[in-house]
Write a protein that binds this ligand. Structure first.
Ligand code: HPA
Ligand code: MG
Length: 209
C-alpha cells in the first residue's frame, strides 16, 4: 500500500535518460522493488494453484512485462527442482470496449481449467469486468486475477483482484511497459508522469477536445 503522501524518488538518483527526464516527475516504484514484489506474488499464486493445471492469460500491451516476470518466477522451480507446476499461457489482445482474442488458442480451451488473468494496472476496473465476463462464458473451473498495480480512484467500480502487487495513489504512472498514449512505455521503473510529459504526448482526441 503506497500512501497518498509518498514522495517517490528524485530522477537523478536513478538511470533516467536525459531525453525523457522532463516527461517525468518522480521515480515511484523502482525496478528492483517491482521484481522483488513480483517474486512474492508468484509464490502466493503457486500456493494457491495447489498443483492444478493453470492457464495464465496476459492482457497486453502493458501487462506483458509483468506477465513475463511473474511467469519466470513461477517457472523457476520447474527448472531448479523436481517440483513441476503445470502452466500454460497466452495473450489476449484488448481494444477499448470490445475485447478480441488473438493467438493460436481460443478461449474454449479454458473450459474446466484454472485461469489466472494477469494485468498491469486496474484503474476503473471496467476492462477487467469485461474480460472476466468473457472468460466466465467459457466455463473455467475457477478464475483469478493478478494485477501489479491497483489505483485508489473514486472512479473505481470496486473490482478487487485476488493478487495485488502495489496499491497506488490516484496518479498517472508510466514505464515498466505502462504507457501514456503509447509513449513512455519502454524503461523499467514505474514513474509518475509530469505535466510537460502529459502535454507533449496528449492524444489527438484530447488536444482537439
Ligand atoms: N498508467 C498507465 N496506464 C493506465 C493508468 C496509469 O496510471 N491508469 C489506467 N491505465
Ligand atoms: Mg492494462
Amino acid at each position: 500500500m503506497i500512501s497518498d503522501e509518498e514522495p517517490g524518488y528524485d530522477l537523478d538518483l536513478f538511470c533516467v535518460p536525459n531525453h525523457c527526464a522532463e516527461d517525468l516527475d518522480k521515480v515511484f516504484i523502482s525496478h528492483g522493488l517491482l521484481l522483488d514484489r513480483t517474486e512474492k506474488l508468484a509464490r502466493d499464486v503457486m500456493e494457491d494453484m495447489g498443483g492444478h493445471h493453470t492457464v495464465a492469460l496476459c492482457v497486453p500491451k502493458a501487462g506483458h512485462t509483468f506477465f513475463a516476470d511473474l511467469l519466470d518466477c513461477i517457472k523457476a522451480p520447474n527448472r531448479n527442482s523436481d517440483r513441476f507446476i503445470p502452466m500454460t499461457s497466452y495473450c489476449n489482445d484488448q481494444s477499448t470496449g470490445a475485447i478480441k482474442v488473438t493467438g493460436g488458442d481460443n478461449l474454449s480451451t479454458l473450459a474446466g481449467k484454472k485461469v489466472l488473468i494477469v494485468e498491469d494496472i486496474i484503474d476503473m476496473g471496467k476492462t477487467m469486468q469485461t474480460l472476466l465476463s468473457l472468460v466466465q462464458q467459457h466455463k473455467p473451473k475457477m478464475v483469478e486475477v493478478a494485477s501489479l498495480l491497483v489505483k485508489r480512484t473514486p472512479r473505481s467500480i470496486g473490482h478487487r483482484p485476488d493478487f495485488v502487487g502495489f496499491e497506488i495513489p490516484n496518479k498517472f504512472v508510466v514505464w515498466y511497459a505502462l504507457d501514456y498514449n503509447e509513449y513512455l512505455r519502454n524503461l523499467n521503473h514505474v514513474c509518475v508522469i509530469s505535466e510537460t510529459g502529459k502535454a507533449k504526448y496528449k492524444s489527438e482526441a484530447e488536444s482537439s477536445g
